[in-house]
Design a binder for this molecule. Sequence first.
Ligand SMILES: *Cc1c(COP(=O)(O)O)cnc(C)c1O
Length: 379
Amino acid sequence: MKVPLLDLQAQYAAIRDEVLEAVVRVCDSQRFIMGPEVEALEAELASALGVGHAIGVSSGTDALLVSMMALGVGPGDEVITSAYSFFATVGCIIRLGARPVLVDIEPDGFNIDPAAVERAISPRTKAIVPVHLFGQAAEIEAIVDAARAAASKGVSSPAVIEDACQAIGARHGQRAVGGFGDAGCFSFFPSKNLGAFGDGGLVTTNDGRLADRIRALRNHGAERKYHHSLVGGNFRLDALQAAVLRVKARHLGKWTEARRLNADRYRALFAAAGLDGVVRLPVELPHRYHIYNQFVVRVEAGRRDGLRSHLERSGIGTEIYYPIPFHLQECLRELGYAPGSFPEAEVAAATSLALPIYGELTEAAQEYVVASIAEFLGG
Ligand SMILES: *Cc1c(COP(=O)(O)O)cnc(C)c1O
C-alpha cells in the first residue's frame, strides 16, 4: 500500500469544477494584480478569523517580513523567537539586520516556552515572534502579557508577531490565532491547510494604522500610485491565487475537522497496538483547537531514522520537521550558540517524525501506518 505524506489530488478532484470556474473568471477579466478577488478574499478571511484587517501578500515569508518592516524592526534590534521552526521565521529577522534572540521550546510540545520568552526580554527587544507550530496555538496569551508587562518595567513594549503560517483556524480558547498579537502571519504554501496553487500569504491585524502601513509596504510603500511614503517591496498576492483560495476557504472548516478525526483515529490505533509508551503522540493542550497541519510523533532518538527508512520501504511518506534547530544552522553560527544551548529543541530535532494526516487519508491507510510502525518497533 502507498501512503504519501500528503496527497493533494483527492482534495483537488472534489473541488476541480469550482476552482476552474474561479480561474476562468480571473482569466476572462484579465485583471491579475490585486483587484476584486484579492479584496474579497481579504474580507472573507478577516471575518472568518475574527480580525479587523487581513492583507493578502506574496507568501508566508513575506507576511513575516512585511510585518516586521511595518513594526520598524531593523539594525540594533533584538527579536525573540523559537529555536525550533521553519527557517523563514528566523531568516526574516536577519534579513532586516536585527538580531534573533532564540528561546527553547516547551518539553512536552513543540512551541516556544513563555517563561523563557519573559526572561529573554531586554531593553533592545523590538518584537517577539511566537510560532504556532504544526497547527497548535502557542501560549500566546502569556506571551502577549509578557510583552505588555515589559512596558511597566520601563522597557518599551515589544510587538508580538504571530507566525501562524501552519495554523490557520487554530484557536486558543474561543479566539483564532493571528488575532492575539500586533500582527498574525499566514502562509498559503500548497502543503498548508489552506494551500494556494503556488505561493501566497496573509497578514492579519486589529490595528488600522498598521494595516495601512502593511498595505503600502506590499506595494513599494506607495499609498498613492508613484508617491512613496515608505520603502517597501512587491509583496502582492495574485488575483489568480486569491480566486483559488476563496473557493478553498469555503471548505477549510470541514477539511480541518477531517484532519482532527484522523488524529483521534491515530490515538485509538496506537493505543490498540500497545504503542502508547513507545511512540509519543502529539499532546493536545487544554483550550486549544489544533488544526493538525502536521501530526508529529516522537520516537526514541536512536530508532527514529531506522523507523523512517522502514516506513519508506513500506511505501509510507514521512518527514522530519525539523532536523536542525536554528542555533545549529551553519548560517547562524555567528549568533554564538552551541550544541546544548536549547536542549528541548535538540531533543525534538532528534526524535520527531511527521506522519500522513491529510483529510482524505482512509482508515485502512492509517491502520497500515500504525501496523508498519508496530512491525518495526514491536507492539
Ligand atoms: C510555511 C511556513 C513559513 C513560510 O511560508 P511560505 O509561504 O512558504 O513563505 C513560515 N513559517 C512557518 C512556521 C511555516 O511553516
